[in-house]
Design a protein around this ligand. Sequence first.
Ligand code: AMP
Length: 306
Amino acid sequence: MSLVVVGSMAFDAIETPFGKSDKIIGGAATYIAWCASNFCKVNQISVVGGDFPKSELDALAARGVSFEGLQIKENEKSFFWSGKYHLDMNSRDTLVTELNVLANFEPVVPESYQGCEFLMLGNLDPKVQRSVIEQLRTKPKLIVLDTMNFWMDIMMDEVLKTISMVDVLVINDSEARQLSGDNSLVRAAKKILTMGPKYLVIKKGEHGALLFHENEVFFAPALPLEEVFDPTGAGDTFAGGFVAHLAKTNDISFENMKTAIVLGSAMASFCVEKFGTQRLQELKNGDINDRLNQFKQLSNFEIALV
Ligand code: AMP
């Protein structure tokens, strides 16, 4: 099934307690595309400056990613984000956010993307995310949205307006608390499910992810890894795996979303093993299935009821 992905394509600079990267390629939609293109065709909507390496776009295009919806502003600079991780590698501070080309991005949905069945709204200005929904002449079967504290801090009203139009919201635990104003994640989920989305995924970094729908909850662990090198993009990779599995199977049942959560977690576990998108780029035949098997072993148990 066809998947349209919207989000930032960027330069990132990452600091962890163990090392520092130079300016590397990042951006929410970049991670989503690297991940989702393992499973289905990706139609990208984004914007970059003239400084964004063409080789990066070519590498994604070689995996079947369409860039008809990409705007290249030759005389402007790409979005730049810099972050510093704390010792636990689970939390981070944003050091710099330079919107550059994102500041006045007006996406245009190409004719060939019309009729898409799955829409992944990666982290971006909520007005831009909404504009894409509004340009689609037929409502997709499923709209998934990811956002972050940056947008909640500066335009919460716009975030609320946009999330009221989507089916699945994917955010992390601190963003769920910020959005709902409630510290309990279960109560936060209940509140958020009254804001529009029918499904809510709360990512908890190395502590896994929760899926909420009506009165049901599902939990999937994250793979315990000996070394987490760079968690940047893990959330986007997770979202990319989640939506791509649903698009590939064309099944949006709660049961299938559980599998999608596990697949997203497996893909995210690759992402954190190296800086940037490097590990996702190196995936070989069989790697994904091997990791899915590890996930099965991790949480599969039998119990005799007392
Ligand atoms: P994640 O680690 O999954 O939360 O995503 C990190 C990616 O999000 C980085 O590659 C950044 O380039 C991108 N990013 C950070 N801040 C923003 C923002 N305000 N809007 C869009 N993308 C962002």
